[in-house]
Design a protein around this ligand. Structure first.
Ligand code: GDP
Ligand code: GDP
Length: 454
């Protein structure tokens, strides 16, 4: 049987047809020991729940993909930390603030056996300011006897307290129904990958000019930063016309909400970025041309490649770069971006509108190549020429033979090489380089997998 040796070409194995929508986020907040983790496990442990750890999360916050009644959402478990009594008030206040800024729905968990403590009251006071729906759960109500006590939680001013037992599951289904009712519908759920406007994610560090660019593109004069009130009714995405074509910019609600501007929310911002990248077909990564490129920028570029999405780099604030610096700057950039020689760069100014119209052709090219299908005949013609000129290195005394190649998938182009032996990573990278020299693949990651025929 064929053995699949995964090509480590820097792109992940994600199925591009499986593009997920930006999911609404449910944050679970509450004091330590009230039963948050138990409840979260109960929610995720259900047969319908799909659990997936999001990589790169901090120790004290864990995000999961959850599924209930056919709806997907991201569940943030803010439990796990153990601040001392003095620090607790501050820690939980920060937790609530973060949830208010970034989640779509907040679940406040209170210990139903203990009732509301002073800390619970303080958190409730904070959460009452929230423009997101807040749902109150009273945990540890394992049977009907405890339910009488729950009524006292009305005084937290967050509406009806919902009794639940995370341990036994009692009431958890009803609670989830209520949570999902409160969530904004994600309109993208039913969007067909093949049809409709192409989806674009606009990502980049805080202050790089994302909202300015969005303003330029949507032609709005009002500041998107001000559009916070009533965000629950804001569309998640915006349709914009660029260069005579309609595009869908995903998660503009997130941009409008300025996720990640305040301290302590980098994690949520990166979660949102990841979701936006995955919901989009092409990502425009904004870089500040007046600053050196950062690790964080490179990480996001890698994320796009790993998600198997098309990528365009927009060098924003080009107006701030002195004309005599430009040459040196481009050289520095090229050094920093050695791993992404396939990405097209566009120099723009979101403030002045300079060259913003160049974005659309770059996005179009990237998507065209992302969609590309190389005919098998052409592919194998190319392969035989390349291999004849530069055969794969001998390994373990044997010369691996490349039998043939096919393109298994597009979006992004994914190739499979059938071989008689293992191909070294270096040779696979060489093949990718050669492939890109022959076929137009600017703007898209490609994946090369190797199947060894024993
Ligand atoms: P967290 O710190 O808020 O995440 O709380 P945990 O989920 O770790 O729970 C704290 C303690 O309460 C643990 O000993 C749990 O077993 C217990 N607990 C949690 N949920 C329930 C429940 O529904 N009923 C009962 N009786 N105990 C619970
Ligand atoms: P965001 O946090 O990525 O949404 O960034 P903003 O759009 O809010 O921009 C942050 C700051 O950079 C604002 O003061 C903008 O006016 C400024 N800015 C954005 N784009 C440009 C640009 O192309 N040139 C210059 N000079 N400033 C810009």
């Amino acid at each position: 049987p064929a053995v699949l040796a995964d090509g480590d070409t820097g792109t992940g194995g994600d199925d591009a047809d499986d593009a997920r929508p930006v999911q609404p986020v449910l944050a679970v907040v509450g004091r330590p020991n009230v039963g948050k983790s138990t409840l979260v496990n109960r929610i995720l442990g259900r047969r319908e729940a799909v659990v997936q750890d999001v990589s790169g999360v901090t120790r004290d916050r864990v995000a999961y993909d959850a599924l209930w009644n056919g709806r997907r959402f991201t569940l943030l478990d803010t439990g796990g930390w153990e601040p001392d009594a003095k620090g607790m008030q501050a820690a939980i206040a920060a937790q609530a603030e973060t949830a208010m800024r970034t989640a779509d729905v907040i679940l406040l968990v209170v210990d139903g056996q203990v009732g509301a403590t002073a800390v619970d009251e303080a958190v409730a006071r904070t959460l009452r300011r929230s423009d997101r729906p807040v749902i109150l759960a009273a945990t540890k109500i394992d049977d009907s006897r405890g339910e009488g006590e729950v009524a006292s939680l009305w005084r937290l001013g967050l509406g009806e307290p919902h009794p639940v037992s995370g341990l036994h599951g009692r009431g958890s289904g009803d609670l989830l129904d209520i949570v999902l009712d409160a969530m904004p519908s994600s309109p993208r759920d039913d969007v067909d990958l093949e049809g409709g406007p192409r989806r674009v994610a606009l990502v980049g560090k805080p202050n790089v000019g994302k909202s300015s660019l969005l303003n330029q593109l949507t032609g709005e004069t009002r500041s998107v930063v001000d559009a916070v009130a009533g965000t629950t009714t804001d569309p998640v995405d915006s349709l914009v016309e660029i260069d005579g074509e309609t595009w869908k910019i995903v998660d503009t609600a997130g941009l409008r909400r300025k996720v990640g501007q305040a301290s302590g929310t980098e994690y949520y911002a990166s979660l949102r970025t990841k979701a936006a990248i995955e919901a989009a077909e092409v990502t425009v990564l904004l870089l500040d041309a007046s600053q050196p490129i950062s690790e964080q920028d490179l990480r996001v570029a890698s994320q796009v490649a790993e998600a198997g999405r098309a990528l365009v780099l927009a060098m924003n604030k080009w107006d701030l770069v002195d004309s005599d610096r430009r040459h040196a700057m481009v050289r520095e950039l090229e050094r920093a971006l050695v791993r992404f020689p396939w990405v097209e760069r566009v120099n723009i100014s979101a403030r002045t509108g300079r060259a913003v119209q160049k974005l659309a052709p770059a996005m179009r090219t990237a998507l065209e190549n992302w969609d590309r299908r190389v005919p098998t005949g052409q592919l194998n013609q190319w392969l035989s020429e390349v291999v004849a000129a530069t055969p794969p290195p001998v390994r373990g005394g044997k010369q691996p033979k490349i039998l043939y190649a096919t393109q298994a998938q597009n979006r992004p182009p994914t190739f499979v090489l059938f071989t008689s032996g293992f191909l070294e990573a270096g040779y696979r990278r060489f093949l990718e380089r050669k492939l890109r020299e022959t076929f137009p693949l600017i703007g898209t990651p490609v994946q090369i997998n190797v199947r060894v025929r024993e």
